[in-house]
Design a protein around this ligand. Structure first.
Ligand code: TGC
Ligand code: FAD
Length: 395
């Protein structure tokens, strides 16, 4: 008889209970680790203060760019050419720091560089993409209007062809990066349906201003854009798309990244609650020795684990070119919902300390109130998944 090797002792990782990391390639793990280091060393030390001051930490942009995080899943044009799983892991780590930092990267890459790449011509790509990858040129994405965001098909901003130019009138609201953008991707109604335009910051009649006094995403810039007879040359029209599928196609890219971002925010809050529960002594014993606190922490871990598996499978399907946009919506709905619930629960476990900006959970909780609304509200996501199942739209 041969002696059997003793069974290896397996202890689940606290923040990766099902060892989802073992399903990543070595390259993907290295990318995640590099961004995690950046977040630990450069983002987390400054972000609470930036949130408190209602200030986007613009000084991080050069390092975000030099790490290759802007438009990282684009091939060529000075972009890193990573796969979609890597892009997701980047969003996860950035949002572990703050949703505002992840928002900046989502908007630049998924909402601005993606449409220039996909719907633009070669001249537009050469003009904008390399500078945007280097963080020298910033973009914003204007779809939502003051009168509503869930139904962009009813937009009032319009563009009329006059001579060789287009003349745009209207307004956009709640636009991330608006006042720092060199170029706005503006979606406007024309006689030919919705079209996308590259509106440059110096164009006459185009102005922007910041929305102040937000209680959420305070370390991110959110703006209003105004178009008063803005003349845009034909060369700035995105030629290769017509209709709402243009902007909705961009949203699919950004929503995909947010599914991973939610995991990062959830892990940050879970970690904070767990560490607190181990050291906070109440009724003469650490909180972590009580049944209800253990149940709540176990439930956080369960929800994070489910979200990790959902996003990884989504990413693999995206990398294989077989992902449907309704699948992204289910994951964004699930992962942002679990993140928001975990953030609120973590805040409660911290007691009064949890209302201080010195702790992370309340900042994530407040940020996630935006994340569950933007890129389509949770209800809209549910309704789109519902329409996919039932074969009819209910909105
Ligand atoms: P519908 O008839 O359903 O579709 C029109 C065409 O678009 C196609 N399509 C999509 N394509 C790609 N991705 C998607 N997610 C798509 N959804 C639809 C569809 O196949 C169709 O194509 P075709 O060829 O037949 O013309 O259009 P609808 O008007 O009925 O759509 C309704 C609805 C609710 C789905 C849509 O309007 C919607 O998603 N509303 C939510 C709006 C929203 O999410 N806005 C986000 C603004 S940007 C933002 O929030 C940025 S936050 C940035 C940050 O800081 O991170
Ligand atoms: P509304 O459309 O007015 O919806 C209000 C409520 O009604 C929601 O609860 C919604 O779920 C519900 N509702 C709507 N329709 C139905 C229905 N048929 N049945 C049941 N319930 C319904 N937009 C951009 O274009 N670019 C950006 O960069 C951008 N950045 C943002 C940054 C921040 C911080 C925030 C908060 C928003 C940003 N947005 C951006 C806008 C965002 O996409 C919209 O806020 C979002 O799409 C919802 O639109 P709304 O706020 O007009 O809500």
């Amino acid at each position: 008889m041969t002696a059997q090797a003793p069974a290896a002792v397996i202890t689940p990782d606290t923040f990766d209970f099902y060892n989802v990391r073992s399903l990543l390639t070595e390259d993907e793990r290295q990318i995640q680790d590099a961004v995690a280091r950046f977040v630990d060393e450069k983002v987390i030390p400054v972000i609470g203060h930036a949130f408190d001051e209602h200030r986007f930490p613009k000084e991080l942009i050069p390092e975000i760019a030099s790490l290759g995080l802007l438009g990282c899943n684009i091939e060529g044009y000075d972009c890193a050419g990573l796969n979609h799983v890597s892009y997701g892991l980047i969003c996860q780590e950035l949002e572990r720091g703050d949703s505002g930092v992840r928002s900046f990267v989502s908007v630049q890459g998924s909402l601005c560089m993606y449409p220039i790449l996909t719907y633009g011509n070669e001249e537009q790509r050469q003009r904008w993409l390399p500078g945007m990858a280097r963080g020298e040129l910033i973009g914003c994405f204007g779809l939502t209007e003051p009168d509503g965001g869930s139904d962009p098909g009813t937009m009032k901003t319009h563009a009329v062809k006059k001579g060789g130019d287009w003349v745009i009138n209207g307004a956009k609201m709640w636009i991330t990066n608006g006042t720092i953008a060199d170029v706005a991707i503006v979606w406007a109604m024309t006689d030919d349906g919705v079209r996308g335009f590259l509106v440059e910051k110096d164009m006459a009649g185009y102005t922007s201003r910041d929305i102040l006094r937000k209680m959420s995403l305070r370390a991110s810039i959110t703006s209003e854009l105004f178009f008063d007879n803005v003349r845009v040359p034909e060369a700035n029209l995105l030629p290769n798309v017509r209709g709402l599928k243009g902007p909705l196609g961009c949203l699919t890219q950004a929503r995909y990244g947010i599914t991973w971002g939610g995991i990062g925010a959830a892990i940050a809050c879970f970690r904070e609650a767990l560490e607190w529960a181990k050291v906070r002594v109440v009724f003469k014993r650490p909180l972590s020795h009580t049944q209800t606190i253990q149940r709540r922490l176990a439930d956080m871990s369960r929800r994070i684990t489910t979200a990790q598996l959902l996003s990884l499978q989504l990413g693999r399907m995206k990398d294989e070119g077989r992902m449907h946009h309704a699948q992204v919506l289910m994951a964004k709905w699930n992962n942002v919902r679990i993140a928001l619930d975990i953030a609120r629960d973590a805040r409660d476990i911290l007691g009064a300390a949890g209302i201080s900006i010195e702790t992370h959970s309340i900042r994530h909780m407040l940020n996630l109130e935006s994340v569950i609304t933007y890129e389509g509200t949770e209800t809209i996501h549910e309704l789109i998944v519902g329409s996919q199942l039932c074969g009819t739209q209910a909105f």
